[in-house]
Ligand binder design. Structure first.
Ligand code: ADP
Length: 392
């Protein structure tokens, strides 16, 4: 059974083709600069990388190019049996993956209020794929869904209650599919039921969030109404005193659009370091640039504080899991955080294992460590494909 997963951005379309019999990815890639000049599609198909320079006027053309390539290679004589769509915001109502009916699609579009950059693009990807694959189930998997289990006292902001109700202002959280996947893999790695474990999962990529997973359920997470809250990220600011925003608007004469741009695109690793939004470049500059050092430590300290807070929230801690680009590939950050958890939590990591680059699920803690520390490559696409396969 072949499942296609899609993640549509405003000018991009990421795809993955998964053979559900083996759960192997047969192909993945991305069409970029859709609707712009100098468009291209790049892919990895059965280990071989390739690239096609092609301008695409819309997502439909992009998907046509992708399917053409797939039918020439991995899908010879095979049909896509279902399509799983990553959808950023499910709002207060969508907790579980859903087959996308016209009503569901309308609601996804209406949720653009919460995720103006993501939901309209996700909806466009869904429409396109539904036209191209009319006879198969299309399933929406929401980034917010895993966090539906948060208690009200964890998701409520201290704003006027009526305003919270009127505008749906609350913490929703994101990266849910990733947090759930790595929590499950951590339990498997430890050989213990997920329902018995208290895990802090740290998804650290271009966007970053930390989640408290108590007995398999998200009970708190660092992102909020939007993916701006929490840790500093590639270009996003993370937690800032709201008063600082009022000051910026007043002193810099900045309107909502300008502020949105500042907080989403010019802040975080990029804004602080002045070097790059890419954590690798900041790591490379750690010895030569004090701003790089500061940026790296602001991020690491943020992770450390969430681990402590979430251990308190769960009244215990069995495991800390690192995932996504920085979490999987950043031994310096992992070491920075874990070495500060020794006295309180008895965390001890094996620096040799921590510094070894590997791509599998692994423990970097020593057998004596009171808390297990795991590095688990995330696989949101596989989770989306699994949910989709349930509806086929
Ligand atoms: P996204 O959130 O876009 O999926 P990723 O999970 O790919 O992002 O994470 C991107 C981040 O991971 C970047 O900051 C990048 O520098 C970092 N990263 C990727 N590979 C490495 C590496 N080998 N060493 C350190 N950081 C890495």
């Amino acid at each position: 059974m072949i499942v296609l997963t899609l993640n549509a951005g405003s000018s991009s379309l990421k795809f993955n083709v998964i053979n559900m019999a083996t759960e192997d990815s047969l192909a993945d890639g991305i069409a970029e600069r859709i609707g712009l000049k100098e468009g291209f599609v790049r892919w990895t198909i059965q280990g071989e990388k390739g690239r096609l320079e092609v301008d695409m006027k819309d997502h439909r053309q992009a998907l046509s190019h992708i399917m053409e390539k797939l039918h020439e290679t991995v899908l010879v004589g095979e049909d896509v049996m279902g399509v799983g769509h990553r959808v950023a915001h499910g709002g207060p109502n969508f907790g579980d993956p859903m087959v996308i009916t016209p009503d569901v699609l309308r609601e996804i579009e209406e949720l653009a209020f919460y995720a103006p950059l993501h939901n309209p693009a996700n909806a466009m990807g869904i429409r396109t794929a539904q036209e191209m694959f009319p006879g198969v189930p299309h399933v929406a998997v929401f980034d917010t869904a895993f966090h539906h289990s948060m208690p009200d006292y964890a998701y409520t902001y201290g704003l006027p209650y009526e305003l919270n109700q009127k505008l749906g202002l609350r913490r929703y959280g994101f990266h849910g599919t990733s947090h759930r996947y790595v929590a499950e893999r951590t339990a498997a790695l430890l050989g213990k039921p997920l329902e018995t474990l208290k895990i802090v999962t740290c998804h650290l990529g271009n966007g970053s969030s930390v989640t408290a997973v108590d007995c398999g359920k998200s009970v708190d997470t660092s992102m909020g109404l939007t993916p701006l809250e929490g840790l500093i990220m590639g270009t996003r600011c993370g937690n800032v005193d709201p008063g600082a925003l009022l000051t910026i608007m007043e002193k810099e004469n900045m309107d909502v659009k300008g502020l949105g741009n500042l907080l989403n695109k010019q802040s975080g690793l990029l804004g602080l370091s002045g070097i790059s939004s890419d954590c690798r470049e900041i790591e490379d500059a750690l010895d030569s640039s004090d701003r790089a050092r500061l940026t790296y430590e602001v991020l690491s300290y943020g992770v450390l504080k969430y681990v402590g807070a979430y251990a308190a929230a769960m009244n215990g801690l069995d495991a800390i899991t690192f995932t996504a680009g920085i979490g999987e590939n950043g031994p310096v950050l992992r070491s920075w955080v874990c070495s500060r958890l020794t006295n309180l939590f008895g965390v001890v990591i094996d620096e040799k294992v921590n510094n070894t680059r590997r791509k599998d699920n692994r423990l970097i803690s020593t057998p004596e460590s009171r808390v297990a520390v795991a590095v688990i490559p995330t696989n949101e696409e596989l989770m989306i494909a699994r949910y989709t396969a349930k509806f086929i």
